[in-house]
Ligand binder design. Structure first.
Ligand code: NAD
Ligand code: ZN
Length: 359
């Protein structure tokens, strides 16, 4: 399966398949044969779980740089160490980097690729469900101790090779996390697809075929949006559905305690409550959605661990907050998102409603 991504700065393809790395790399054969060095960036978990499969199917000589897991990969120290690695391996602008891992590896690799010698080509080989989102669209970043993703660039890959076989070892929590972004993609684009997801026995244990189809749909939504708005001036904002409240939960818990997508799922329910006020959504749907999410193991008890006052300081830090007014993406109906400014007093009211619903 192929999904084209056509941004103003660059055009490329996401190719999706099962156990097809060697075949998928052929698209890039010309470029890779001309490259002076091929470097693979990955993290410890991914390399331990999937390194053998990768090596068996990667037909060119390469060197590997293994990052620490998860957010630990997105530090300035690792970013700097990555540049040192590339220099020590005598990489040049004719070298190629591969990001083999989840969103964390993808984000730091992309930023290294964007900045090493002012930019060298890179290819994303995602290994998580969440990366159907993060590997497409060209946002790259590392974290600063004062804020997540604060240092980065828009930099598009040469391509994305999504081999679902690499997802076999993904822990259930990470499956749950990434699936929330897929559900978000359905909510902003397609009511029939959302119904299909909500009526599935489980969204955590899809067959390979079903997973491939859902991932393809998610990638299509993301790719359509970034083609229209590469640098988040307009419609790309819709991808933030669930993220304002979600980020506050994620930050209050301490990054990594509640997985990103788990927090986003909590934020999606909060947005549904707001959408009852400003869109055509209703309580019956919100309740059904909450039941669906809880049935699939999303950890709503996290909300009870933090008071609204604790969350509010994180809400105020949101990049989109201005003068105490927060910007939320809401739904007129499923598939029709819009942006709405909400003041903190109303956020508090809806937060109380949310807690009652969870009680
Ligand atoms: P991740 O990359 O941190 O991976 C989650 C965990 O799963 C890690 O411990 C990793 O080592 C492990 N793992 C990954 N693949 C595995 C596999 N196949 N088998 C076994 N273990 C595996 O998390 P993620 O959820 O993929 O990405 C989250 C990151 O993505 C965050 O840093 C977030 O800021 C970023 N993000 C970026 C964008 C973007 O547009 N650039 C969008 C959303 C999220
Ligand atoms: Zn997200």
């Amino acid at each position: 399966m192929r999904v084209p991504v056509a941004t103003k700065s660059h055009q490329y393809e996401v190719v999706l398949g099962y156990q097809f790395l060697t075949e998928a790399l052929q698209v890039f054969a010309d470029k890779l044969q001309k490259a002076d060095k091929l470097i693979v960036f990955t993290d410890e978990h991914v390399w331990a779980a999937q390194g053998e499969n990768f090596q068996a199917n990667f037909p060119y000589p390469f060197d590997v740089f293994v990052l620490p897991n998860g957010e630990e990969a997105k530090t300035f120290e690792q970013y700097y160490a990555a540049h040192t690695f590339l220099l020590e391996h005598e990489c040049s602008r004719k070298s190629f980097i591969f990001a083999f891992g989840g969103g964390a590896v993808g984000d730091v690799t992309g930023f290294v690729a964007a900045t090493f010698m002012r930019g060298i080509p890179f290819i994303q080989i995602p290994t998580t469900i969440l990366a159907h989102d993060s590997a497409v669209g060209g946002k790259t970043a590392i974290n600063h101790p004062l804020g997540k993703n604060m240092i980065g660039a828009f930099y598009q890959p040469e391509g994305v090779i999504y081999d679902i076989a690499f997802l076999a070892s993904l822990p259930e929590r990470e499956v749950r996390s990434g699936t929330a972004e897929m559900i978000k993609h359905a909510m902003i684009s397609d009511a029939a697809w959302l119904t299909e997801l909500m009526t599935a026995d489980s969204v955590i244990h899809f067959s390979t075929e079903a997973l491939a189809q859902h991932l393809q749909k998610g990638i299509e939504v993301k790719s359509r949006i970034v083609a229209e708005d590469e640098t988040e001036q307009s419609v790309r904002k819709f991808l933030n559905l669930g993220h304002t409240y979600g980020h506050a939960i994620e930050a209050a818990a301490g990054y990594g305690k509640v997985a990103h997508g788990e927090a986003v799922m909590i934020g999606l329910v909060y947005c549904l409550l707001l959408s009852e006020r400003y869109g055509d959504m209703n309580r019956a749907f919100t309740t059904a959605f909450l039941q669906f999410a809880a049935k699939n193991g999303y950890p709503f008890d996290a909300v009870q661990h933090y008071s609204f006052d604790e969350l509010v300081s994180y809400l105020m830090k949101d990049k989109k907050t201005e003068y105490g007014v927060l910007q939320f993406v809401l739904l007129q109906e499923i598939g029709r998102p819009f942006v709405k400014a909400i003041d903190v007093a109303e956020c508090r009211e809806v937060d109380a409603e949310f807690r009652q619903l969870l009680a």
